[in-house]
Design a binder for this molecule. Structure first.
Ligand SMILES: [Zn+2]
Ligand SMILES: [Zn+2]
Length: 139
């Protein structure tokens, strides 16, 4: 069986210049070329963080527009039109960002159809995704 070079730091030679001689488990060491388990984890953690950071910028740019559209009764689909956001991104963020989830729920509650019994199948079928309709659906 082939030894697992991929995960073993001993497989990767020491950097020649001291500037690159960061400990294993650092993004510096990853950039220098080490692919051991510790450096890989550092890299993955770092890219997850920077992906979230770029999403933050994306939301910062478009969130007012999307929330305003939702508040005035537009569907999530049309609220996202003309932005780089999508329904998947809106709900995806709501799973881990409580502040955003509250803003999104508030906008959808304000913009929901009047005269419809929310929290029922009827409203959900009309396309309503307000918190009441969504939680009714989840039960
Ligand atoms: Zn390493
Ligand atoms: Zn509703």
């Amino acid at each position: 069986m082939r030894p697992n070079f991929d995960r073993d730091p001993a497989h990767y030679p020491e950097p020649r210049t001291s500037a690159n001689r960061s400990e294993h488990g650092s993004t510096n060491r990853w950039r220098w070329g080490c692919r051991c388990a510790a450096c890989k984890k550092a890299h993955v953690d770092h890219s997850r963080t920077s992906r979230r950071a770029s999403r933050d910028v994306e939301f910062g740019k478009h969130e007012t527009q999307v929330l305003t559209a939702l508040t005035t009764g537009e569907t999530p689909e049309s609220a996202c039109a003309g932005t780089t956001l999508s329904i998947g991104k809106l709900y995806g963020r709501a799973k881990w960002d409580e502040g955003w989830r509250n803003r999104l729920d508030l906008a959808m509650t304000l913009g929901r159809l009047p005269g419809v019994p929310h929290g029922t199948e009827t409203a959900y079928k009309k396309g309503c995704r307000c918190p009441d309709c969504r939680s009714n659906r989840a039960h």
